[in-house]
Design a protein around this ligand. Sequence first.
Ligand code: NAD
Ligand code: MG
Length: 412
Amino acid sequence: MPSATTREVAVLGATGSIGASALDVIARHPARLRASVLAAGRNVEALLALCHTHRPRHAVIAEASAFPALRAGLQDAGLDTQAHCGEAALDALVAGDACDTVIAAIVGAAGLASTLAAARAGKRLLLANKESLVLAGELLTAAARSGGARIVPIDSEHNAIFQCLATARADAGNPDGARARAGLRRIFLTASGGPFRGRSREQLREVTPAQAVAHPKWSMGPKISVDSATLMNKGLEVIEAHHLFGLPGADIGVLVHPQSLVHSLVEFVDGSTLAQLGLPDMRTALAVGLGWPERIESGVAGLDLLAHGRLEFEPPDLEAFPCLRLAFAALAAGGTAPALLNAANEVAVSAFLQGRIGFLSIPALVEDTLAALPAAAADSLDTLLAADAHARRHAEAWIAAGHAGPRMSAQP
Ligand code: NAD
Ligand code: MG
């Protein structure tokens, strides 16, 4: 039976890759962790199966047309789980007393509202939804500070930095002043390089969605897998790191590290560099967030460095993978530029996965959107959401106008 100290965890994006890893860790600790809220986009069957296994108090489906099937499925199975539908219901559950911990693992800007709700309500916020930080990083970190929320990053790189900073006694969950307290000089995010590492720009022209989502080291959802293949994922992570750790872009380096065993590095003013290592399995980062400051079992084996032998590092190829350069530029431009970058990228990735545009059209579309829509001051959530919507309209029009060239021959 759960004890008085049991953490009540809301898993947003429960049917996804991070959701599965999170539920695996939670199920290993029935006395201290309980999945109290499970939320998903539209896959009712998968959500019902998770409700069977994890018996949450609440289940939320975003898609309204899927709600009757969720309610009927829970009733037929004789479960006490209450069915809910839509973003407002999710935000209310996240902010209310159904949970004290929120795993924000919805993909894309669709996760912003619930992530903000968790921050404002002062929850422990295990933040996987990097797009919400890229879109509204200042608002989100300010909401976490004023709401008293502790953010634990659930991106392997940022989780690594969080762990390295914690050893320097900095309050890494709170971006305010963390750099000064830690004597931090700069950080290095590692990147696997994705499935197309080493290819020239010309060799990327005909790659297919199936090739792009076949990541060599990590098993992830389709959107982040394509982002890893274009290196936009690393670009989003640079912006994410800026918001989490209070560093300018100039102090954030990127190292391609094909083995994906060193998850990131932190350099201090005394010349020390600390790194966090481990197998590429998101359950480690999730266990750090769920157990913090204690260490709990994650199901991930320790690292046998002798079995791996080599750790290699190389610079990223910005000519073949311009998305990383575009993200640095958007961070430097500031204001709404990162929101424009993120929205254009979401449209481009979705179109690529549908076989509507080719791989090289992803950076082309993002670059065109940034050039066409100059950044404004990001003074409110409304301004950011308007920029997001504007970039999506621009990107869809760019595709409709045929700028991406003829439809790809390669299908997903
Ligand atoms: P995924 O595609 O496997 O899962 C996405 C989840 O979001 C699904 O449960 C889906 O139902 C849900 N969802 C989508 N739209 C929704 C909506 N409108 N409302 C509610 N739920 C919705 O993706 P993933 O790989 O698990 O990634 C999730 C997030 O975590 C992304 O932001 C990604 O960048 C980040 N992340 C993932 C990994 C990883 O290893 N998979 C690593 C680091 C960060
Ligand atoms: Mg990452």
